[in-house]
Design a protein around this ligand. Structure first.
Ligand code: SAH
Length: 360
C-alpha cells in the first residue's frame, strides 16, 4: 500500500506531466497522447492494446494505474438513479450517484473520504475526515461511472462526501483535467461545486477563471441558527459568507445558488423564511440591483444519528412562497433515488459498519 502511495498516479497527471513521465522512462513523447485519452475513457494501462508490454512495465515501475472499482451498485426502481460505492486503491470507499436529467447524465461525486466540517444533519461527517481524494480519484469516479453506465456523462455536481474547498488544489486540478478536450471534456458550465462556505477559498476560486457554478450550503439566515447546525459558521459567519458570494459574482459574473436544507423546528419557520429573504436581499442587492438569487430547498433526509426530521409539505411550500414573494427564486429539490438512499454518506457508513462488525 505504501508503495502505491509513493508512486505517481497516472490518472492525476495533466497531459504535459504524463509526457514528462513517459520521457523520463525513456519512451517517446507521443506515447502520452496514446495513453491519456484511453485512461480517461476508463481503459487501464494493462488493457491498452496499442502499448507494448515493455513500455507498460517501465511505466508501472514508477507510476500506478488505478481506476476506482465498483464495490456496490444500487439502481433505483423509481427513476433509474444509480448509486455507486467505489473502492479506491488503498481500500477506502467513496460514493458517487448518476442521475438522469432531460439533457443527459450527471454524476454527483465525492471530494474526500469522510469530512471534517461537522454539519449536524449530515451522514458524511460522522466519522470525521479520513483523507483527501487525489485529482485522479476525483476524476476516476467520473471515468468509472461513465464506463460502467456505457453512456456519456455530460454534467458533474460536487455534492457527494466531503467539502471540495477543503481539498482545494486537487479539486482545481481535477476540474482542469475533466475539462481537457483530450479526455472527458465536460464543459465548466456543466459543473457545479457545492461548499459549506470556506470564505478564503471562495475568494481564491473566484480568481481561477473557471466558469463553473458555485452552490453555497447556507441552511440558515442568521449566525445563531447556522452555528448550531454548521460549526464552520463559527469561523465564517453569514455576513462574511454572503460578502464573499458577492465578490465571487462581481469577479466571475457567474450566478450562485444557495442550498437550504429544511429541518423541522430548526430553520423552517415563516420567520426564518422572512429573515432569509431580508438577509439575501440586503447583502446581495443592497441597492436593489438585480443580483440573481436562487434558493434550492431540500427537505432534510433523516439520518438516524441526527434525530432531525422533515417539515410537513405545507411548511415547505409556504417557505418557498415567502421567498418568491420577496423576489427570490425558490425551488424544492426533486428527490431522486428515494428507494436507494441516494444522499451521499449513507452507503459508505453502512459499509464501514459492516466492516466494523466483521472486525470485532
Ligand atoms: N460539503 C459540501 C458538499 C457536500 S453536501 C457542502 O456542504 O455543500 C451536499 C449538500 O447536501 C449540502 O447542501 C449539504 O448541506 C446537504 N446535505 C447533507 N446532508 C443532508 C441531509 N441529511 N439531508 C439533506 N441535505 C443534506
Amino acid at each position: 500500500m505504501n508503495e502505491l502511495q509513493n508512486k505517481t498516479d497516472l490518472l492525476s497527471l495533466t497531459p504535459e506531466e504524463l509526457e514528462a513521465l513517459v520521457v523520463s522512462v525513456g519512451e517517446p513523447k507521443y506515447r502520452a497522447s496514446q495513453i491519456f485519452p484511453q485512461l480517461h475513457r476508463g481503459v487501464s494501462l494493462d488493457e491498452m492494446t496499442n502499448i507494448g508490454k515493455a513500455t507498460k512495465e517501465k511505466l508501472l515501475a514508477v507510476a500506478s494505474c488505478h481506476i476506482p472499482t465498483v464495490k456496490r451498485r444500487l439502481i433505483s426502481a423509481v427513476d433509474g438513479t444509480v448509486k455507486y460505492l467505489f473502492e479506491l486503491a488503498d481500500g477506502n470507499c467513496v460514493e458517487s450517484v448518476v442521475m438522469e436529467y432531460l439533457h443527459g447524465l450527471t454524476v454527483c461525486i465525492s471530494s474526500q473520504v469522510g469530512c471534517r466540517m461537522g454539519c449536524a444533519f449530515c451522514a458524511s461527517t460522522i466519522g470525521g475526515r479520513v483523507r483527501d481524494l487525489t485529482a485522479g480519484e476525483l476524476l476516476g469516479q467520473v471515468v468509472a461511472a461513465q464506463r460502467d453506465m456505457g453512456k456519456r456523462i455530460s454534467g458533474i455536481v460536487m455534492m457527494g462526501i466531503g467539502e471540495p474547498l477543503d481539498n482545494y488544489d486537487n479539486v482545481i486540478k481535477f476540474l482542469r483535467l475533466v475539462n481537457d478536450e483530450r479526455g472527458i471534456c465536460i464543459g465548466y458550465r456543466h459543473i457545479s461545486l457545492s461548499s459549506c462556505g470556506l470564505v478564503d477559498k471562495i475568494d481564491r476560486l473566484a480568481g481561477e477563471d473557471l466558469p463553473i457554478t458555485l452552490s453555497i450550503s447556507l441552511h440558515a439566515p442568521d449566525d445563531a441558527t447556522r452555528s448550531a447546525i454548521m460549526p464552520v459558521n463559527r469561523k465564517y459567519g453569514v455576513d462574511a459568507l454572503l460578502d464573499a458570494c458577492r465578490r465571487y459574482y462581481n469577479r466571475t459574473g457567474r450566478r450562485i445558488s444557495f442550498e437550504y436544507t429544511l429541518i423541522a423546528g430548526k430553520n423552517d419557520s415563516q420567520k426564518h423564511a422572512e429573515a432569509l429573504a431580508a438577509k439575501l436581499n440586503s447583502k446581495l442587492r443592497p441597492k436593489r440591483e438585480s443580483f440573481p438569487i436562487h434558493v434550492n430547498l431540500i427537505p432534510v433526509n433523516a439520518v438516524a444519528e441526527s434525530g432531525f426530521s422533515q417539515p410537513a409539505k405545507a411548511a415547505v411550500s409556504s417557505f418557498a412562497a415567502l421567498l418568491e414573494k420577496n423576489g427570490i427564486r425558490a425551488t424544492v429539490r426533486r428527490t431522486l433515488g428515494p428507494d436507494i438512499n441516494a444522499s451521499c454518506g449513507q452507503l459508505r457508513r453502512a459499509e464501514s459498519a459492516k466492516k466494523d462488525e466483521k472486525d470485532e
